[in-house]
Design a protein around this ligand. Sequence first.
Ligand code: PLP
Length: 400
Amino acid sequence: MSQTYRFDTRVVHSGRRQPLPNFYPTVPPIYLTTTFAYPEYRETDAVFFHQRDGYVYSRYGTPTHRALESAVADLEGGDVAFCTASGMAAVHLALLAAGVGRDVPVLLAQDVYGSSLTLATRVLARLGVPVYTVDVGDMTAVRRQLDTVRPGVVFFEVISNPLTKVADVPTLIEWAHAVGARVVVDNTFTTPFLFRPLEHGADFVVHSATKYLSGHGDVLAGVVVTRKEYASQVETLLRQVGSTLGPMEAWLVYRGLKTLALRFPRQCENAQRIATFLQTHPRVARVYYPGLSDHPDHERATHLFGGRYYGAIVAFEIAGAGQEEVFRFLDSLKLCLPVTTLGDIYTTVLYPARSSHHYLTDEEREALGIGLGLVRLSAGIENGEDLIEDLAHALAQVAS
Ligand code: PLP
């Protein structure tokens, strides 16, 4: 900085701004800057008006965001991705970009993640969006709803929470497209390691990147992946709504993502072992895991996911248990963490009746098959034997 400037100017501007040299770091830096400048203003102008590639303002993205977005787009088989401040921001963005509106109904699977459902029924509905739900496990009901509602947007998850039903994704997409709807698929539980909805014709894929994509329980984030034709819609909406991810968070997800192909298969293997163990346990009334041959969607899961892995979420009913017994079970676990998330390298357990599905009445919850004795487990990467011993110990405490 030139010594001709006075001290209080130099203190603000010194040490600043070098054009990028002709090398690159192995890992993308975290761009903690709100703006970007160019040697000539005409370049700023060209970037601002999309005439050349670059960055001007961090709400529109930074190289850190771009690194994460291009990685997820690539893994999902999409053209572009946009990262958001949370999974819910991604769901919101995708539904808006897909075109929900005053006269454009949205049809949701009835068992989508609770906040996705309430985003539709409480927020979008209040703005005049006609909101309908359907059991995507009942294809007769789906046919009927598609024909009567004529939705503009259809939204569902590949593996349902917590009962691990597996949707017939290719048929749902085909039928939705046939009535002119755009399809948004939440691929959080499956990850692109197991399943890639865009390859089956989905228009938008969303993730809570808080879960498997980042994987370490240290960041909240979301991603929307789509094809070229919807890119500018998503980008413009993200700029306007401003649910942009912070650069630190983008970097954390990007780093976590690198080990997805190591973490996720291990988590699936642990889930399979745990489900098999629970299936024969006298204190367990029922186990829900698509990798078990008696799961109603086992064949479909085998077909869609390739027959080796079935996801890392297991739900089970503790026989005859109510809230007291489930709390005792959760308090007796020494290794599995009783926390309201999934997809981490740590094994986590959750009590749906008092967390993800607390907003439902007892009757509504029971109608969905989510009883007071139901527990959901998200398998981590620990040694499977240790996890089984922990679960066996906690189940024994419920019995006593
Ligand atoms: N979609 C699914 C399937 C989820 O499980 C969650 C959160 O648990 C979300 C979306 C929302 O994600 P976030 O908590 O990152 O906003």
